[in-house]
Design a protein around this ligand. Structure first.
Ligand code: SF4
Ligand code: SF4
Length: 338
């Protein structure tokens, strides 16, 4: 396959933060992909309004062509949660472009209906598109949902793939670009089926918890806890959900290895998770189980810390045979020659 288009709508309920985040990717960068600098990838054309030179109807040309089967193979990226247009009263919640005949706005939902079944792959970028996110929290007026809630979890694209979810608020840029790169290799016939978990996330990116990669996990294990936000110690007592959240930013940072919430003092509030935000609120309260685990770890950790303190003193001293006296005390025994 020689050329692939990426049709990216950020017109779901969103802040465009995922688009902005992806401009910081380095593994690979979006520029490297578009300039054809990644060996083996097909030529890629990106259509994203925030990054596009075209505006208005000119920008919409590729979307219209894809709808009429005139574009060629494309990956459809959806950013932002999907409102329920069945409850929009006499208006609409969100749209992209106007119908040239009626002049009426074309809703994002209509674009999803038109393009998702024709796309070689469909990717939900960020927590809003994957699981609804902030817009879909309890009490929202739009009936928002994630893409798999809208299309159904059994949806299959023209390439035979389920929806590919890359959550994160915003999406971690290299997580997104690695996923896109896998799909582009898959389009080119150079990669097997992308491995996804039951929440449709790439397994190699979301298979571990925040806690398992956290710089502060050593403090947790020793029962040494922060009691305020001005501490380098484990933050579980001040609201960190890291032990039960699937996210890799403690391993790879927010951008180019820098940051990663708990590593740099931010409690994990579970922004990659299907239950976010409602199941993690109120933020900054102790997560369920934190008191029990912190108490148990606290008792064990106090003893371990003491023992490690003794060992630490020992290993901080040089061996006693390092001296300048006129005698050898290293234990060297010359070989006897018979
Ligand atoms: S700060 Fe959070 S993620 Fe890090 S060790 Fe503590 S509980 Fe785990
Ligand atoms: S560590 Fe927690 S809050 Fe930070 S990006 Fe990951 S899931 Fe979101």
């Amino acid at each position: 396959m020689q050329e692939v288009h990426i049709l990216w709508t950020s017109e779901g309920m969103s802040c465009d933060g995922d688009t902005v985040s992806v401009t910081a990717a380095t593994l690979p960068s979006i520029e490297d992909v578009l300039l054809g600098l990644v060996p083996g990838l097909p030529k890629v054309h990106l259509h994203n309004k925030v990054l596009a030179a075209e505006v208005g109807e000119e920008f919409m040309t590729a979307f219209n062509k894809a709808w009429h089967d005139e574009l060629g193979p494309f990956i459809f990226v959806v950013e932002g949660s999907i409102p329920n247009e069945k409850i929009n009263g006499e208006g609409y919640w969100t749209s992209m472009g106007n119908d040239p005949i009626t002049g009426q706005p074309i809703t994002v939902n209509q674009w999803i209906d038109r393009l998702a079944p024709k796309a070689w792959a469909v990717v939900a970028a960020g927590t809003c598109a994957t699981y609804g996110g902030i817009h879909a929290m309890a009490g929202n007026p739009t009936g928002c949902m994630g893409l798999a809630d809208y299309l159904g979890k059994d949806f299959r694209s023209a390439g035979g793939l389920p929806i590919v979810n890359v959550p994160g608020c915003p999406v971690q840029p290299d997580n997104f670009m690695e996923t896109l790169t896998w799909l582009l290799y898959q389009v080119a016939g150079l990669a097997p089926m992308i491995p996804l978990d039951k929440e449709l996330r790439p397994t190699w990116l979301f298979g571990k918890t925040v806690h398992e990669g956290c710089d502060r996990a050593g403090y947790y294990e020793q029962g040494d806890f922060a009691l305020d936000y001005n501490s380098p110690k484990c933050q579980v007592k001040i609201g960190c959900w890291g032990p039960v959240v699937n996210c890799n930013v403690t391993k790879r940072g927010w951008m180019d290895g820098i940051g990663g919430c708990p590593n740099v003092g931010g409690i994990c509030i579970g922004c990659t998770m299907p239950g976010f935000p409602d199941k993690f609120m109120p933020f900054m309260d102790q997560p369920p189980g934190a008191t029990v685990s912190a108490t148990l770890t606290g008792a064990y950790g106090t003893l371990i810390r003491k023992l490690r303190g003794i060992t630490n003193k020992t290993v901080n001293k040089e061996p006693k045979w390092h001296h300048n006296r006129p005698e050898l005390t290293s234990g060297y025994e010359p070989r006897q020659i018979f």
